[in-house]
Design a protein. Structure first.
Length: 321
């Protein structure tokens, strides 16, 4: 396999809650004011990423896996996932609240959708004043059946809300009730799944006056009470901080302000860089790409030495152990 920093064409998703920050802040080629997500790297059916640079320009991520197998994704990943890319990488702009929702775990998703479950994490890149997320139940004594009773007047009595700060991260395991609130620009890392069960949607309607479907039966079965509140407030005093470390992915925040060499010889996994602040140059095998805020690049598994050069950048590094 030809080894170089691989970029993909963003897949832009219109959402009822989407805004314009993917264009105005992250410089995506957005033409509407309701674009909610930029899928940076995706193996989701009907939304397969296509390479935008270098020798493999025009090929899909599935083509790369089929043609190069463990050289592209790593031996363990190829044995486990075959020709399916295991992660979905996004940037997200919430002009208004996302629905209160929950995702199924692998077992439920397989049984009901022939799919993987959805464990995810968010990194807060920017936010408006008083922006918040919903992160689990308000109190351990509140029962799961209370989800059926949520209204605009009592949602904060049933569910836990947390104001966000730039640089916060939130780990959302499958089965945890959650929502991203209005005014948040975030990076999101998740399993390859697009299954969402809506619990409550803020009584909103679309342009035809129709409410979006709720999925109360599935939501009640998907909720896992053992998924307690978990939020990480990142301390940038150290150069590297772990944001999430689970079966499905490991993510760290790299705070880089000089030329840096990364040795991935023994990683046995692809590595993804998401630029969440600043910009940087990445060089592999004499092939250099400039990565600006809001861009994403994939490093193939058979890469060894990677050079990153910047005066100031914050980079989310993602891989699978």
């Amino acid at each position: 396999m030809k080894v170089y920093p691989i970029k993909f064409v963003p897949i832009l998703q219109e959402k009822i809650w989407g805004g314009s920050k993917l264009r105005t802040v992250l410089n995506k080629k957005v033409t509407s004011d309701s674009t909610g997500e930029s899928w940076e790297i995706s193996g989701v059916q009907n939304n397969i990423s296509v390479v935008s640079n270098g020798a493999y320009k025009g090929l899909s991520i599935v083509d790369l896996i089929e043609n190069h197998k463990e050289q592209f994704v790593g031996m363990k990943n190829y044995r486990h996932f075959g020709n399916e890319f295991p992660l979905l990488i996004k940037y997200l702009d919430a002009r208004t609240n996302l629905s209160v929702q929950v995702h199924p775990d692998d077992q439920m998703a397989q049984a009901e959708h022939d799919s993987k479950g959805k464990t995810e994490m968010w990194y807060i890149m920017d936010h408006e004043e008083d922006a918040y997320v919903i992160n689990g139940f308000k109190d351990e004594k509140i029962t799961t059946s209370s989800l059926k009773e949520i209204t605009i007047n009592n949602v904060e009595q049933i569910l836990n809300t947390e104001k966000v700060s730039k640089g916060d991260s939130f780990f959302i395991p499958a089965g945890k009730v959650h929502a991203i609130g209005a005014g948040i620009l975030a990076a999101e890392i998740q399993q390859t799944s697009d299954i969402t069960y809506r619990v409550y949607d803020w009584d909103r309607v679309d342009h035809l006056g129709n409410e979006r479907e709720l999925h109360m039966d599935q939501s009640m079965r998907a909720v896992k009470r053992r998924n307690t509140i978990l939020s990480n407030h990142i301390d940038f005093k150290s150069d590297t901080n772990v944001l999430a470390d689970c079966t499905y992915f490991t993510s760290t925040i790299l705070n880089v302000n000089t030329a840096t060499q990364m040795d991935y010889t023994n990683k046995d996994s692809f590595v993804i860089y998401m630029c969440v602040e600043g910009s940087f140059e990445i060089t592999i095998n004499n092939h250099t790409e400039m990565i600006s805020v809001g861009e994403t690049v994939l490093i193939p598994a058979n890469s060894t030495n990677v050079s990153v050069n910047t005066k100031s950048a914050k980079i989310i590094e993602v891989y699978i152990k």
